[in-house]
Design a protein around this ligand. Structure first.
Ligand code: AMP
Ligand code: GLY
Length: 422
């Protein structure tokens, strides 16, 4: 089978790597891809957000499956355009992708489906924001209503900072603060049944010790040694399946990857957010652990046959990804910094590098061209070993304009995260 992956980030590189391992996947193409995907697939200079162009490329390649990675093309209807051309596509329709595209829509679905989430107030004016902040009290949580690449949220004890964030991002959703560790659980769904991937945790804040502003994610690890027994089953039965059922009931089935971001609070599990696609960077760690043939599973989901696929199988051990970001991120990142070192275009050991914001300069050298630039992924017998190998590989890189967090999977690897109740 010929497969086309749409997108150009670390998630798409990770998807391409996992698809390349599936013996059922023959030719592998990426649009537009990046220098990392060029090493394992054929890149095509097609705009990921242009549904007609993506569908035409898929048709000309004879693709048997298209996998749309990022949220923006999904919200823009790229998966609809591919399906309209008669080509199986893994990725939700534009209508279903609203579960990520609008915080308010997601809250509405959760309310109707009885899915536990933070209490929230939709605010169109600063007066409404102020009232909602005072109702919930600190710490304050204010979220821009639309897509914001993980950067539309502020969590702060400073009321003035919460108001300032709202002033720049109305309309907003103001919500109750959720305590407790966060979990990312991805479920593959065909609109009716759903299959969980292994849970992961990502690190949203830019700095060590969870200091500084939110980012798209600075690192991740999987599995979660501290997870309470029955965690995945509880999330599937209380969150994922009711959501899938509610979307189907409304006539807008969600077929694709439903990403549940959850907090395991002192009052039980709560949804922090839904995303309509694989999480980045968790996917890079989760897919490093996957044993099942990814192309076959995604095709079954795209064709509404997911119920015939058994449980996914996983490698033993754990995986860790450490993200290298460009100075300035999550603000304006420095561009053009040189990147040198081993494993940049493939590796022979248990560590590999995914490209996110890289490009080649005129001389063919690898340079930084985005906020999150690279991800260093290690898969090993346990979390502490994966962490050690990932950081050792980070240290082998020569990339003076990039920075990373030093504490990815540190507490979990040391067994310092207490197991929360479900
Ligand atoms: P979101 O864009 O909704 O995913 O939020 C990004 C991040 O902000 C989450 O992963 C959390 O770390 C944090 N966050 C969002 N909502 C809440 C909340 N209600 N309580 C505490 N932290 C939150
Ligand atoms: N890692 C968070 C996200 O993909 O939104």
């Amino acid at each position: 089978m010929t497969v086309l992956v749409v997108g150009n980030g670390g998630r798409e590189h990770a998807l391409a790597l996992a698809l390349a391992r599936d013996p059922g996947v023959g030719a592998l193409h990426v649009a537009p891809g990046n220098p990392g995907t060029a090493a394992i697939a054929t890149n095509h200079p097609v705009d990921a957000g242009d549904g007609a162009a993506v569908a035409e490329l898929a048709r000309s390649l004879g693709a048997g499956l298209v996998v749309v990675g990022p949220e923006a093309p999904l919200v823009a209807g790229v998966a609809d355009a591919v399906r309209a051309a008669g080509i199986p596509c893994f990725g939700p329709s534009a209508e279903a992708a609203r579960i990520e595209g609008s915080k308010q829509f997601a809250k509405d679905i959760m309310g109707a489906a009885g899915v536990p989430t933070a209490e929230a107030v939709y605010c169109e004016t600063l007066d409404e924001v102020g009232e909602a902040l005072d109702r919930f009290g600190p710490p304050y949580v204010v979220k821009a209503d639309g897509l914001a690449a993980g950067k539309g949220v502020i969590v702060t004890t400073e009321r003035v900072a919460a108001i300032a964030h709202a002033e720049a991002s109305l309309p907003d959703v103001v919500e109750e603060y959720l305590d407790g560790p966060e979990v990312s659980l991805f479920a593959i769904t065909d609109g009716a049944s759903a299959l969980p991937l292994q849970p992961a945790q990502d690190f949203k804040r830019v700095g060590d010790g969870d200091e500084g502003p939110n980012t798209g994610g600075m690192g991740a690890y999987t599995p979660l040694p501290w997870a309470p027994a029955g965690l995945v089953e509880a999330i599937m039965s209380r969150v994922v399946q009711p959501t899938v059922d509610e979307m189907a009931r409304r006539g807008t089935p969600f077929a694709g990857l439903l990403y549940a971001g959850l907090a395991l609070t002192s009052r039980g599990l709560r949804v922090v957010e839904f995303n309509c696609r694989f999480g980045d960077p968790e996917t890079q760690a989760v897919l490093a652990m996957l044993d099942s043939p990814l192309g076959e599973v995604l095709l079954a989901a795209a064709e509404g046959r997911l119920a015939d696929v058994g449980e996914l199988t996983w490698k033993p051990g754990a995986a860790v990804i450490v993200v290298l970001a460009a100075e300035g991120y999550p603000g304006t990142p420095a561009k053009g910094g040189s990147i040198e070192g081993p494993r940049l275009f493939g590796s022979e050991d248990n560590v590999h590098i995914v490209h996110a914001g890289t490009s080649l300069d005129a001389a063919g050298g690898l340079v930084a061209s985005g906020g999150r630039v690279l991800g260093v992924v290690a898969q090993a017998s346990d979390l502490a070993a994966a962490r050690r190998d990932a950081y050792a590989a980070v240290d082998e890189l020569d990339a003076p304009t990039l920075f990373h967090r030093g504490d990815i999977a540190l507490k979990a690897g040391r067994g310092e995260i207490p197991t929360p109740a479900l």
